[in-house]
Design a protein around this ligand. Sequence first.
Ligand code: IMP
Ligand code: MG
Length: 179
Amino acid sequence: MEADIERILIPRDVIATRVREMASEIARTYANTLGGIVIVPVLAGSIIFLADLIRWLPFKMRIALMTVSSYRDKTVGQPPRLLQDVSIDLRDRHVLVVDDILDTGNTLRLVMGQLAARQPASLRMAVLLRKTAKAPRDVKADFIGFDIEDVFVVGYGLDFKDLYRNWPDIGVLRPELYS
Ligand code: IMP
Ligand code: MG
């Protein structure tokens, strides 16, 4: 696995520090929220980030999984599709979506639209990474871990063809592997 990584973009200790800071920001935002919140992780890219983040959140929460197809594995230009919707009632609940990366915003536009239709009391979004190059104006994250350059990254949950999610740092994949 290591041989396929060109360079480390964000090392594990830097990730850990920032995730803990994000948890503090999130905890402050929901400090006066009664009844607990619902975390909606977008699978599968968010799993490592989710596991680290929520252990620093000192309040009750439910977790409702959502799965969106990655258009990157399919024909170029194909929009993302919802494969698994959340199974609990979100009406009047405070909902926080958690995802690995905001790039073109197509995935999170779909997710936020779907969740907004279920009339939550509030709807916010936390992403570990944001690629500023294509950042769309209409899809805004409330909590952002790192702004990164427009390179393809893997590790800490992020994949290429479903591999490398278990790499502990965020690294840049060797370009010859995906070109
Ligand atoms: P968007 O729909 O273009 O914003 O991309 C969101 C999804 O594409 C993410 O949830 C990831 O699954 C995937 N993605 C975007 N950029 C990268 C990357 O650099 N590495 C791995 N996956 C990525
Ligand atoms: Mg993803």
